[in-house]
Design a protein around this ligand. Structure first.
Ligand SMILES: N[C@@H](CCC(=O)N[C@@H](CS)C(=O)NCC(=O)O)C(=O)O
Length: 328
């Protein structure tokens, strides 16, 4: 969410009626101001076409506490593509700009393009870097089985959102913390805005996820079913979810989307510390459910932790695309 020349121009145009009212301008002056605003906008369009886009070639728009962001961020890190992260407070983007995160902005020829939806971002990365990077990009190769599993896990990620919000939304301090209100790396205006708009954002989230005791119960059942299916897969001793020697985006998707019930070492690779809550601050029922999953599915929790330790933990081999299981 960046305030750029286009945003300033849009604000100028929006504020024109106020300017006209405050200064009591006549029709001629009002029309002149509108023409000025439009000419300004046109000049911005032309200058964007004639001068190549500046700034980083790859930019990932994020919020701190997002498991879908973690999925895309992890794949970018693993690929070794240089990128910068554009960090934002939670929920503002979706409700006021209609964009979800992660959102990837990439320089494509003379223009910047953007892609939302983590799975589509991964498909772009495979298409763009698969041939150029060869082996290094192999973990992104889509197969039918991999895509089917990813779809299932993305749904699980959605249930995870329902589960989390059910627990944290009633606690203002907790929710604001997760949205980044205390994160000094975020723009101050965003931190203030989430605090100011909390009651509205809370209502919107409740409606968007249709949160209710039944919806929460259903989410827990769905999550449990997916974790159980992963447990079953791992029962034959395999090191990766697809059964090969090397980690794939499917493992990354599952591990990243499970971050909120396991909080493994290395989660976010140093980029989400400001919003992580320690176990003693979690709502008790949430902490109980997390512990229950750990207890019921120790193999799955161990798998997530191992994958994180091997790949994301700064103390471990962190990020080297090593064969899965090398450190076990
Ligand atoms: N299917 C989407 C889901 C993305 C999504 O729900 N992202 C949440 C964060 S986890 C979001 O955009 N929230 C809006 C915001 O906080 O601005 C994906 O895979 O990227």
């Amino acid at each position: 969410m960046r305030i750029n020349r286009f945003t300033i121009n849009a604000l100028f145009v929006l504020l024109l009626p106020v300017v006209v009212a405050v200064f009591g301008l006549g029709v001629f002056s009002a029309v002149a101001l509108v023409v000025l605003g439009l000419l300004w906008r046109w000049s911005l369009t032309l200058s964007a076409l004639t001068s190549p886009p500046s700034g980083p070639e790859v930019r990932l728009e994020t919020i701190s506490a997002s498991h879908y962001v973690e999925k895309a961020r992890w794949c970018l890190d693993r690929l070794g593509v240089p990128y910068v992260e554009d960090h934002n407070a939670g929920t503002l983007g979706v409700f006021f700009l209609g964009r979800t995160v992660p959102r990837l902005h990439v320089r494509t020829g003379a223009v910047m393009s953007s892609i939302g939806n983590s799975s589509d971002i991964l498909r772009y990365l495979w298409g763009r870097y698969g041939v150029e990077y060869g082996e290094r990009a192999a973990f992104l190769e889509p197969t039918k089985e991999a895509l089917d599993l990813e779809r299932q896990f993305d749904e699980y990620g959605r249930d995870m959102q329902r589960w989390i919000y059910w627990h944290i939304l009633p606690d203002k301090r907790f929710t604001l913390h997760a949205w980044g209100a205390n994160d000094p790396t975020l723009p101050a205006w965003q931190r203030s805005l989430v605090k100011l708009l909390y009651p509205i954002l809370r209502t919107m989230i409740t409606k968007a996820f249709r949160l209710s005791p039944q919806a929460k119960q259903k989410a827990v059942e769905n999550i449990d079913r997916v974790i159980a299916s992963v447990d079953e897969r791992l029962a034959d001793g395999r090191k990766t979810l697809l059964g090969g020697d090397s980690l794939s985006f499917v493992d990354i998707t599952f591990a990243a989307l499970s971050g909120h019930w396991t909080y493994p070492e290395g989660y976010g690779r140093g980029k989400v510390e400001a919003v992580i809550l320690t176990a003693e601050h979690l709502p008790p029922e949430m902490a109980r459910e997390m512990a229950a999953w750990r207890e019921k599915y120790p193999r799955v929790a161990a798998f997530i932790e191992r994958v994180y330790r091997d790949e994301r933990d700064p103390q471990g081999s962190a990020g080297a695309p090593s064969p899965a299981g090398a450190a076990t």
